[in-house]
Write a protein that binds this ligand. Structure first.
Ligand code: ATP
Ligand code: MG
Length: 272
């Protein structure tokens, strides 16, 4: 079966999205899946973790994801994907040069909108899971992977400014479905940086579960210093500290995402 494409959709910055996707990639690879990380963030956070900040800075634009979406360069996923050092995980690197593609009205960008989706058609045959990291915006660099994706997830700490963004995530995904990708499913809100001892976190978690029900994954990512340390170690927790509580939390979230994807695909096959 072809692999699935997942994108992150959350306008609030610093919600733990890159840390989450990097570690979910590790957890999925540990389960034996072939994983491709696709970095659409001009900050290139995941690329810096995987390849080092120096290698990211010196990477020619032509060898980055820009070659998949720009008329100025030509590249395929096969020609651009690099090994990450994590067994089973490859990366299409991001680049600071992505910034000039983040147009505020994605619907008006014409053929650019289809570039990533078209580039990933072949990659779906080589990878089981294709995970797209996005910048903290709901503009073109979030639109391209949403047009290409089967599912979207929204990493959200249980705090006011991030929770208030859920309504914008919902509207954005509806716009994508309506104009480009009717099959796109919002597969879940992932609670990140959760601190159960904070009463405000408990209160926001409850209000999110009341408002969004099962859309909120039952497993949460706790606030844990291991998530900061693994970025410095440049290894996902599944490989670096597989027995830690943080690694177990990531594994539970990855399992829940994979279950949701499998259910959606089962439903799709029944309907066909
Ligand atoms: N579960 C966690 N526990 C503790 N710290 C975390 C956790 N997740 C992320 N962080 C820290 O929070 C900060 C932001 O994380 P990260 O860069 O992954 O967020 P982001 O949503 O990708 O940010 P941006 O919007 O800039 O892309 C980093 O310093 C990271 O180490
Ligand atoms: Mg990020």
């Amino acid at each position: 079966m072809d692999g699935f494409v997942l994108t992150a959709c959350q306008r609030k910055g610093g919600v733990g999205r890159s840390t989450l996707l990097y570690n979910v990639a590790g957890s999925m690879a540990k389960r034996g899946l072939r994983v491709l990380l696709v970095d659409l963030d001009p900050q290139a956070s995941i690329t810096q973790i995987c390849l080092s900040p120096e290698s990211t800075d010196s990477l020619p634009v032509a060898r980055s994801i820009v070659s998949l979406i720009s008329d100025d360069y030509f590249g395929t996923v096969q020609s651009l994907a690099q090994p990450t050092g994590i067994p089973g995980v490859d990366l299409v690197p991001g680049s600071n040069a992505l910034a000039r593609f983040n147009f505020p009205e994605p619907e008006k960008t014409g053929p650019l909108q289809d570039t990533l989706r078209d580039a990933l058609v072949d990659a779906r045959r080589h990878y089981d899971a294709i995970l797209c990291d996005t910048p903290p915006s709901l503009e073109t660099l979030a639109w391209l992977p949403a047009v290409a994706a089967d599912v979207a997830i929204t990493p959200t700490p249980p705090e006011a400014l991030a929770v208030q963004e859920l309504v914008h995530a919902a509207r954005f995904l509806e716009r994508v479905r309506w104009s480009k990708n009717p099959r796109l499913v919002w597969a879940g809100v992932v609670l990140t940086m959760y601190q159960p001892r904070l009463s405000i976190h408990e209160a926001f978690t409850k209000s999110m579960r009341d408002a969004y029900g099962d859309l909120v994954l039952s497993n949460a990512i706790p606030y844990n210093v291991a998530f900061k340390e693994c970025v410095v170690a440049r290894q996902p927790l599944a490989f670096w500290k597989p027995k830690s509580a943080a690694a177990k939390a990531i594994d539970a979230v990855s399992g829940e995402i994979l279950d949701r994807v499998a259910k959606l695909r089962g439903r799709g096959q029944e309907a066909a």
